[in-house]
Design a protein around this ligand. Structure first.
Ligand code: CO8
Length: 257
């Protein structure tokens, strides 16, 4: 019998989730997305939750969607079940998410990373979208999110050749936000998560909404959206507290109200 596909630990305002299929290099199966959504959909509404960190193990963040689960599927079954659609629920969650990546982040594993707000990776991490080698293509958002992050030329290179990218190239390309020593990845991500979770939750939610809006609309529409949500933060007590604390030269205490 297999155990849970994820394990998790709540540390005050931060939720640390560890992908838990080490024998399969954390290959993402249906249990993985169902367990993630069962945990995160209600948690997303928890005002006391400030940030989520998702990690794997030393060898793999996740080596892709579970090939063995997919290999015998027909076109009809894939289309009828809308295989991978449940990942859209995960992608739409609003609480900030950091991917803490060691080892392989390939295929669906790389796409899961792309569904997080940013990634902190170890110096030996490896990234790629190798689905083309299996006679398929990315199917969890990779063809859409990767070019937006690293540009069309490099995205085409990775998607069409299926080659792996090392961590230095991933940092230079903007695929990951920070590189640290492998054994410092989770700790660094947790520290960043605690920092984010210490700010006003309305401000962090709206800041990421505004950044994500840039993928959907023109510059002028995006700037207008940004200005309007900026204005709306003046309806919060956290704005009063944050600005008063600056003027009074003290540390602010945000309550999320
Ligand atoms: N799925 C299932 N099992 C996997 C996967 C995977 N993606 N990756 C690794 N495993 C399993 C292996 O089968 C092996 O199991 P076993 O011991 O039972 O044979 C175990 O994990 C260890 O793997 P390896 O022995 O291969 O370990 P190595 O260190 O030799 O190699 C690699 C590591 C290079 C990461 C290698 O495992 C590999 O190439 N894995 C597959 C990478 C890949 O192709 N990923 C893309 C998968 S497809 C995908 O993500 C599609 C997403 C969207 C599809 C949308 C369709 C609608």
């Amino acid at each position: 019998m297999s155990g849970p596909a994820i394990v998790w630990e709540r540390r005050d305002r931060v939720l640390l989730i560890t992908l838990n299929r080490p024998r399969q290099l954390n290959a993402l199966n249906r249990d993985t997305v169902r367990e993630l959504n069962a945990l995160l959909v209600p948690a997303d509404k928890d005002p006391a939750l400030g940030c989520v960190v998702i990690t794997g193990n030393d060898k793999a963040f996740a080596a892709g969607a579970d090939i063995k689960e997919m290999q015998d599927k027909s076109y009809q079954a894939m289309a009828r079940d809308d295989h991978f659609a449940e990942w859209e629920t995960f992608a739409r969650l609003r609480t900030p998410r950091i991917a803490a990546v060691n080892g392989y982040a390939l295929g669906g594993g790389c796409e899961l990373m792309l569904m997080c707000d940013f990634a902190i990776a170890g110096r030996s991490a490896k990234f790629g979208l190798p689905e083309i080698k299996l006679g398929v293509m990315p199917g969890m958002g990779g063809t859409q999110r990767l070019p937006r992050l690293v540009g069309r030329a490099l995205a085409m290179d990775l998607i069409l050749t299926g080659r792996m990218m090392d961590a230095a190239e991933a940092l230079a390309a903007g695929l990951v936000a920070r590189l640290v020593d492998d054994d410092a990845v989770v700790e660094t991500a947790l520290k960043a998560a605690e920092t984010i979770a210490g700010y006003s939750k309305p401000a962090t939610l709206l800041a990421r909404d505004a950044v994500n809006r840039a993928d959907e609309v023109s510059l002028s529409e995006g700037a207008l959206f940004e200005r309007r949500v900026f204005h709306s933060l003046f309806a919060t007590e956290d704005q009063r507290e944050g600005m008063a604390a600056f003027v009074e030269k003290r540390k602010p205490t945000f309550t999320g109200s």
